[in-house]
Design a protein around this ligand. Structure first.
Ligand code: ADP
Length: 238
């Protein structure tokens, strides 16, 4: 049997005496879409950064497709893409130059065509030559999404991707996420947007005070009722 696409065992992060993430335990199969909800400060971003190998857990183990992210083997890095609060874009370079830079970093073939395709995918082909600093916040977010997906990662981590997007851009992001649900790719989405987060998920977790207070299959959830009860459940868990 294949190793899980993402696996967390007893994952914790402490900042001094303060726990940010506690006892996270789950495995996601290839093709699964997990949404994590939770209030500000629940440790969702910290968890995502640990899943990507960007932050070292105080305790526990993270594996991507079987590889320990703290191990010597670094092949897992090419398998993941992260969209975080930081865009990791160079403001003085154009949209196309930014993507080309990442395409070189990943030694991707057919760079020019690939960059154009990625820009088209997020509706920015006509802004290819514009410097990032001249793009709106929402456009920069879309470009960051294109960068995240450029190397066609098997596992995609998205931290609040809807933040700063207008309704048109949100709809575009939703379409991109729908395309990611191809049965092969694994997605971990952190969002405050209950309806959008529920719509695409196969699995739904709620994180409060660093812990998962629920972890459910989407099929077991009645979305309207779940959304109504969410605030109460979070308040009860704090
Ligand atoms: P969320 O993404 O759910 O809003 P975060 O993961 O950003 O939560 O933060 C969880 C907790 O960890 C917060 O109390 C935050 O202040 C703390 N924290 C996050 N990063 C650091 C850090 N680098 N140093 C100290 N505390 C941190």
């Amino acid at each position: 049997m294949d190793a899980p696409a993402v696996e967390a065992r007893g994952v914790e992060k402490w900042y001094g005496p303060m726990p940010a993430v506690r006892g996270i335990e789950f495995a996601l199969g290839g093709g699964e879409f997990l949404t994590i909800f939770g209030p500000n400060g629940a440790g969702k971003s910290t968890l995502l950064r640990m899943l990507c190998g960007a932050v070292r857990p105080t305790r526990g183990t993270v594996r991507i497709a079987g590889d320990d992210v703290r191990g010597e083997e670094e092949g897992w890095r090419r398998k993941i893409g992260l969209l975080s609060h930081q865009t990791f874009l160079y403001p003085g370079l154009s949209a196309a130059e930014n993507l080309d830079f990442y395409a070189r970093l990943y030694s991707l073939p057919d760079r020019k065509a690939r960059v154009a395709e990625a820009l088209r995918g997020v509706g920015l082909l006509d802004r290819a030559a514009d410097r990032v600093r001249t793009l709106s916040r929402g456009m920069q977010q879309r470009l960051a999404l294109a960068r995240t997906l450029l190397h066609d990662p098997e596992v995609v981590f998205l931290d609040e991707p809807y933040t700063g997007l207008d309704p048109h851009a949100s709809a575009m992001l939703r379409a991109v996420l729908d395309r990611l649900k191809d049965g092969r790719r694994t997605v971990v989405l952190v969002t405050h947007n209950l309806s959008q987060g529920l719509e695409q998920a196969d699995r739904v977790a709620v994180q409060v005070g660093g812990r998962w207070v629920s972890d459910e299959r989407r099929g077991q959830i009645d979305p309207a009722r779940w959304e109504r009860d969410y605030t109460e459940r979070v308040a009860a868990a704090v």
